[in-house]
Design a protein around this ligand. Structure first.
Ligand code: TYD
Ligand code: MG
Length: 453
């Protein structure tokens, strides 16, 4: 047999080149190209005729297996879909194995057949974690293995598995592929085989994937295209809470988050994240404002903190954690040019308290309030929440779901909200929840003036 041809594969994006190069031409990453031996292709079998069908007709919604962990089920879109594949990504040590062991044990306790294959930890290590989490009695099947041929043979023999967890896909190894475990070719081939089995046998498959420094799931982007859902487990190891975020989901919305707290007994669900994010807030400090945000369908209140430090010489620093730095630069420019706030002799530090990362432009108004409050050295009203997008001329623009934000603020005992001016939308006026005073503002200068006065 002829020796299979060597080829060069970028370990970051999966692009294939015939020659080695220091830099991948496709994704631009440096030193990611490695030699891999092409997979031997199995002999082609004759194709099967496809049963083409019409557009009408009904497919019943796939029955889902709820794990009973509400924060996880919501991000999945209501539970695990049989025959689907989910990729769970996250930094090492963030709690992926813990979350999946808890979910697997919950399903097993509910009488479903669950298999947990660990390629990273020995059986005894997983058992130790189970004991610590008080899950040792859950009747799930556990194996420590990395040889995909063994795993596939075992799964072929399973008649009614509901969930199979593979922890992690980077450790899996297919002997027909010559590259090392963790390489793009191995990961892709192993995932392909497992996904094929999931579809054929009808079990939900969860693959754990490690994340590289730049935030992509290690090695292959290609993996993200192969699975039905991609979830990211994030959090700051200095904080105890973790956020599960859906970044792709063929069976549900992608902007949902699940919030957990890492405790001594594993991951605890946080049903009321606003209370958690605001827990350490001290009222009456200049430079702080509460943002009434929205994560997926859920309103979440968080504290925005700004600190200004005098820097008369040199280039002023702008440092931001949890928000976009480009957005901060824009907001600072609007505050200077439209509202007369002098910030060019100050360093500006912005922080979203608790480690949450905010992507909504609706946070503009709260960020501006925090900065203006810091500049005026006057605290904002501690009972007030802020939301609204700021335009380049300083105008405050409408944002989605004002009602949901206001309701959350009321629920948490806030008494006022600062929000964009309502434009008549049909004949449905915005209902202010009882006990919540609405302060509508049309221009950012009004907010700055009110904090100065
Ligand atoms: P783990 O699930 O092993 O992370 P991953 O699979 O993403 O690499 O979680 C590891 C961390 O979680 C570890 O630093 C210890 C901590 N932990 C707790 O704080 N409480 C617990 O009950 C468990 C099981 C882990
Ligand atoms: Mg792990």
């Amino acid at each position: 047999m002829a020796r299979p041809a060597a080829r060069y594969v970028c370990q970051a994006c999966g692009a294939v080149t015939p020659k080695w190069a220091g830099r991948c031409e496709t994704c631009g990453a440096w030193n990611t190209i490695a030699e891999e031996v092409a997979e031997a292709r199995p002999k082609a079998a004759p194709g099967r005729r496809l049963p083409f069908v019409g557009l009408s007709g009904e497919a019943p919604p796939p029955p889902r297996a709820a794990t009973g962990i509400a924060e996880l089920d919501r991000v999945l879109g209501g539970g695990l879909v049989p025959g689907s594949a989910v990729l769970l990504g996250g930094d090492p040590g963030i709690g992926k194995s813990t979350l999946l062991l808890q979910a697997a044990a919950a399903l097993a306790r509910a009488g479903r057949r669950v298999l947990y294959v660990s390629g990273e930890e020995a059986v005894e290590q997983v058992r130790m974690r189970a004991r610590r989490l008080d899950l040792a009695d859950a009747p799930l099947g556990l194996a420590a293995a990395i040889n995909l041929r063994d795993i596939a043979a075992s799964l072929e023999a399973e008649a009614d598995a509901a969930l199979v967890v593979i922890d992690s896909i980077q450790t899996m190894w297919l002997d027909s592929v010559e590259s090392a475990p963790g390489s793009v070719t191995q990961v892709r081939a192993a995932a392909f085989e497992l996904i094929r089995l999931a579809k054929q046998r009808g079990f939900a498959l969860v693959l754990v994937g490690h994340v590289t420094k730049d935030g992509t799931i290690a090695g292959p982007r290609v993996l993200e295209h192969m699975v039905d859902a991609v979830l990211h487990f994030e959090g700051d190891r200095g904080h105890q809470f973790r956020i599960l975020r859906g970044v792709k989901n063929r069976f549900g919305a992608t902007d949902e988050i699940g919030v957990f707290e890492m405790t001594e007994q594993g991951l605890a669900e946080v049903a009321n994240p606003s209370a958690l994010f605001l827990a350490e807030r001290r009222g009456n400090v200049a430079g702080s404002a509460v943002f009434a945000g929205l994560e997926g369908t859920r309103p979440v209140l968080v504290e925005v903190q700004a600190l200004l430090a005098a820097n008369p010489g040199g280039a002023p620093r702008r440092s931001v954690i949890g928000w976009e730095s480009g957005r901060l630069a824009m907001l600072l420019a609007v505050l200077e040019t439209r509202c007369g706030l002098r910030l060019n002799a100050s360093d500006v530090y912005l922080n979203i308290a608790g480690g949450l990362r905010i992507g909504e432009p609706a946070a503009d108004l709260a960020v501006a309030a925090a900065i203006a409050s810091a500049a005026a050295d006057r605290p904002t009203d501690p009972g007030r929440v802020y939301f609204g997008e700021v335009g380049l001329s300083g105008e405050i623009r409408q944002v989605a779901q004002a009602e949901a934000r206001l309701k959350e603020a009321q629920k948490l005992g806030f008494t006022a909200a600062c929000l964009p001016r309502r434009v008549a939308r049909g004949n449905r006026p915005l209902a202010a929840p009882e006990g919540l005073a609405l302060h509508e503002i049309g221009h950012l200068a009004d907010l700055v003036a009110s904090l100065r006065a």
